[in-house]
Ligand binder design. Structure first.
Ligand SMILES: [Zn+2]
Ligand SMILES: [Zn+2]
Length: 136
Protein backbone atom coordinates (compact mmCIF):
# COMPACT_ATOMS: atom_id res chain seq x y z
CA UNK A 1 0.00 0.00 0.00
CA UNK A 2 2.84 2.34 0.80
CA UNK A 3 4.19 2.04 -2.73
CA UNK A 4 0.80 2.96 -4.20
CA UNK A 5 0.75 6.12 -2.10
CA UNK A 6 4.25 7.19 -3.10
CA UNK A 7 3.51 6.79 -6.80
CA UNK A 8 0.12 8.49 -6.62
CA UNK A 9 1.28 11.62 -4.80
CA UNK A 10 3.78 12.81 -7.43
CA UNK A 11 1.28 12.10 -10.22
CA UNK A 12 -1.27 14.40 -8.60
CA UNK A 13 1.33 17.10 -8.08
CA UNK A 14 2.44 16.72 -11.68
CA UNK A 15 -1.10 17.20 -12.97
CA UNK A 16 -1.38 20.40 -11.00
CA UNK A 17 2.01 21.58 -12.19
CA UNK A 18 1.16 20.85 -15.81
CA UNK A 19 -2.04 22.86 -15.44
CA UNK A 20 0.06 25.75 -14.11
CA UNK A 21 2.41 25.52 -17.11
CA UNK A 22 -0.52 25.40 -19.53
CA UNK A 23 -2.18 28.37 -17.83
CA UNK A 24 1.01 30.45 -18.06
CA UNK A 25 1.54 29.59 -21.72
CA UNK A 26 -2.00 30.67 -22.54
CA UNK A 27 -1.21 34.08 -21.04
CA UNK A 28 2.18 34.50 -22.76
CA UNK A 29 2.71 36.20 -26.13
CA UNK A 30 6.44 35.56 -26.23
CA UNK A 31 8.42 32.47 -27.04
CA UNK A 32 9.79 31.20 -23.72
CA UNK A 33 12.37 28.58 -22.88
CA UNK A 34 11.61 26.03 -20.16
CA UNK A 35 13.97 27.94 -17.87
CA UNK A 36 12.07 31.20 -18.46
CA UNK A 37 8.69 29.51 -17.93
CA UNK A 38 10.06 28.03 -14.73
CA UNK A 39 11.30 31.46 -13.53
CA UNK A 40 7.93 33.08 -14.31
CA UNK A 41 6.01 30.39 -12.44
CA UNK A 42 8.29 30.70 -9.40
CA UNK A 43 7.81 34.47 -9.48
CA UNK A 44 4.05 33.90 -9.34
CA UNK A 45 4.57 31.65 -6.34
CA UNK A 46 4.01 28.29 -8.05
CA UNK A 47 6.31 25.60 -6.69
CA UNK A 48 7.07 23.82 -9.94
CA UNK A 49 10.23 21.87 -10.66
CA UNK A 50 12.31 22.69 -13.75
CA UNK A 51 12.25 19.05 -14.91
CA UNK A 52 8.45 19.05 -14.71
CA UNK A 53 8.29 22.26 -16.75
CA UNK A 54 10.52 20.64 -19.39
CA UNK A 55 8.34 17.54 -19.53
CA UNK A 56 5.09 19.50 -19.58
CA UNK A 57 6.28 21.72 -22.44
CA UNK A 58 7.57 18.71 -24.37
CA UNK A 59 4.31 16.84 -24.12
CA UNK A 60 2.33 19.98 -25.01
CA UNK A 61 4.54 20.37 -28.09
CA UNK A 62 3.95 16.73 -29.04
CA UNK A 63 0.20 17.30 -28.71
CA UNK A 64 0.47 20.46 -30.86
CA UNK A 65 -0.76 22.59 -27.98
CA UNK A 66 2.30 24.83 -28.22
CA UNK A 67 4.69 25.68 -31.01
CA UNK A 68 8.35 24.94 -30.45
CA UNK A 69 11.35 26.47 -32.16
CA UNK A 70 15.07 26.47 -31.64
CA UNK A 71 16.52 29.80 -30.56
CA UNK A 72 19.79 31.13 -32.04
CA UNK A 73 21.38 29.96 -28.75
CA UNK A 74 20.25 26.41 -29.53
CA UNK A 75 17.57 26.23 -26.85
CA UNK A 76 13.98 25.13 -27.39
CA UNK A 77 11.44 27.91 -26.95
CA UNK A 78 7.69 27.43 -26.69
CA UNK A 79 4.61 29.51 -27.40
CA UNK A 80 0.90 28.89 -27.36
CA UNK A 81 -0.20 29.68 -30.92
CA UNK A 82 -3.24 29.50 -33.11
CA UNK A 83 -3.91 26.17 -34.76
CA UNK A 84 -3.13 25.83 -38.42
CA UNK A 85 -0.04 26.32 -40.49
CA UNK A 86 1.94 29.48 -39.83
CA UNK A 87 5.41 30.85 -39.23
CA UNK A 88 6.90 33.38 -36.82
CA UNK A 89 8.80 36.60 -36.58
CA UNK A 90 10.70 36.31 -33.31
CA UNK A 91 12.63 38.93 -31.35
CA UNK A 92 15.90 37.34 -30.33
CA UNK A 93 16.23 39.79 -27.45
CA UNK A 94 12.86 39.63 -25.63
CA UNK A 95 11.10 36.71 -27.33
CA UNK A 96 8.21 38.85 -28.62
CA UNK A 97 6.68 37.06 -31.56
CA UNK A 98 3.99 37.43 -34.17
CA UNK A 99 2.52 34.78 -36.40
CA UNK A 100 3.05 35.30 -40.10
CA UNK A 101 1.42 33.70 -43.14
CA UNK A 102 3.85 34.16 -46.04
CA UNK A 103 1.67 33.07 -48.96
CA UNK A 104 4.36 33.69 -51.58
CA UNK A 105 6.77 31.42 -49.69
CA UNK A 106 4.12 28.70 -49.26
CA UNK A 107 3.51 28.72 -53.00
CA UNK A 108 7.23 28.63 -53.72
CA UNK A 109 7.69 25.66 -51.34
CA UNK A 110 4.91 23.75 -53.12
CA UNK A 111 6.32 24.59 -56.55
CA UNK A 112 9.92 23.65 -55.78
CA UNK A 113 8.85 20.32 -54.25
CA UNK A 114 6.64 19.50 -57.21
CA UNK A 115 9.39 20.44 -59.64
CA UNK A 116 11.66 17.82 -58.05
CA UNK A 117 8.97 15.18 -57.64
CA UNK A 118 8.74 15.43 -53.84
CA UNK A 119 5.46 14.59 -52.13
CA UNK A 120 4.30 14.82 -48.51
CA UNK A 121 6.61 17.76 -47.87
CA UNK A 122 6.78 20.09 -44.90
CA UNK A 123 8.97 23.01 -43.95
CA UNK A 124 10.02 25.19 -41.08
CA UNK A 125 10.71 28.90 -41.20
CA UNK A 126 11.25 31.33 -38.36
CA UNK A 127 12.60 34.82 -38.87
CA UNK A 128 14.72 36.09 -35.97
CA UNK A 129 15.53 39.75 -35.41
CA UNK A 130 14.97 42.64 -33.04
CA UNK A 131 11.47 43.93 -32.39
CA UNK A 132 10.61 47.64 -32.41
CA UNK A 133 11.12 47.94 -28.64
CA UNK A 134 14.45 46.16 -28.62
CA UNK A 135 16.00 47.89 -31.64
CA UNK A 136 15.24 51.39 -30.30
ZN1 LIG B 1 12.12 42.53 -28.39
ZN1 LIG C 1 4.64 27.37 -44.25
Amino acid sequence: MTSTETTRAPATRQTWQRAAVRDLMERTEEFRTAQQVHDLLRKEGAKVGLATVYRALQSMAEADEVDVLRTPEGENAYRSCSRGHHHHLVCRSCGYSIEIHPEAMEQWARDIAEEHGFTDTGHELEIFGLCRNCSG
